[in-house]
Design a protein. Structure first.
Length: 191
């Protein structure tokens, strides 16, 4: 089931009940349409982003959406790509989120504020959509992104800047407990 044009209300209604809704699966599309529609789906379900994907005939990807109270969980996975949030795209967008990305499969490099977080499965990181960032997925990947409205936090911008793009390792200590909790939530939000 591919929910795109004119079906956003169906997606949001289903997601508001806490059920995961598959909104994109590349297997449903002809090869030539997979990357352009992937770009559109990512743009609509995260924030406006610049996406660079090497063209190829075997592009694969999936996106699922779940709404948990005021937190939106978007679980996606695909082929290697680089995603950038530029100052120009930020200026065009009124949405402000604090994102928490939990790496489910593969690896990712997230850069913001001249820092780079390197994630493996189970690791997580925060980033702020009000500031430019880059996410590089060097190979096939899957990530659950928890989108928290920026207005839900009383942290100052300076405080948020201090903890974005820092790797929180999910293999030890308190962050292991947090990673397991997030992984349980992400498993419910998967396609």
């Amino acid at each position: 089931m591919l929910h795109l044009h004119g079906a956003e209300s169906e997606v949001h209604a289903a997601a508001s009940q806490g059920d995961a809704t598959l909104i994109y699966s590349s297997h449903e599309l002809p090869s030539r349409d997979r990357i352009p529609i992937w770009n559109e789906v990512v743009w609509r379900n995260y924030v406006p982003l610049q996406i660079k994907i090497a063209p190829h005939d075997d592009f694969a990807g999936q996106v699922a959406l779940t709404q948990l109270g005021g937190v939106r969980v978007v679980t996606s996975g695909s082929r290697a790509q680089c995603i950038t949030r530029t100052p120009k795209l930020i200026a065009q967008d009124s949405e402000e989120y604090l994102m928490l990305g939990l790496q489910l499969k593969g690896s990712a490099n997230i850069e913001q504020h001249a820092r780079q977080a390197q994630l493996q499965a189970g690791d997580f990181v925060f980033w702020d959509t009000r500031q430019p960032y880059t996410i590089d997925f060097p190979s096939d990947w899957e990530m659950a992104v928890f989108q928290f409205p920026r207005s839900a936090f009383t942290f100052s911008p300076k405080s948020i800047d201090a903890f974005t793009a820092l790797t929180l390792h999910g293999q030890k200590g308190v962050t292991q407990i947090a990673s397991r909790l997030l992984m349980g939530i992400a498993d419910e939000a998967r396609y």
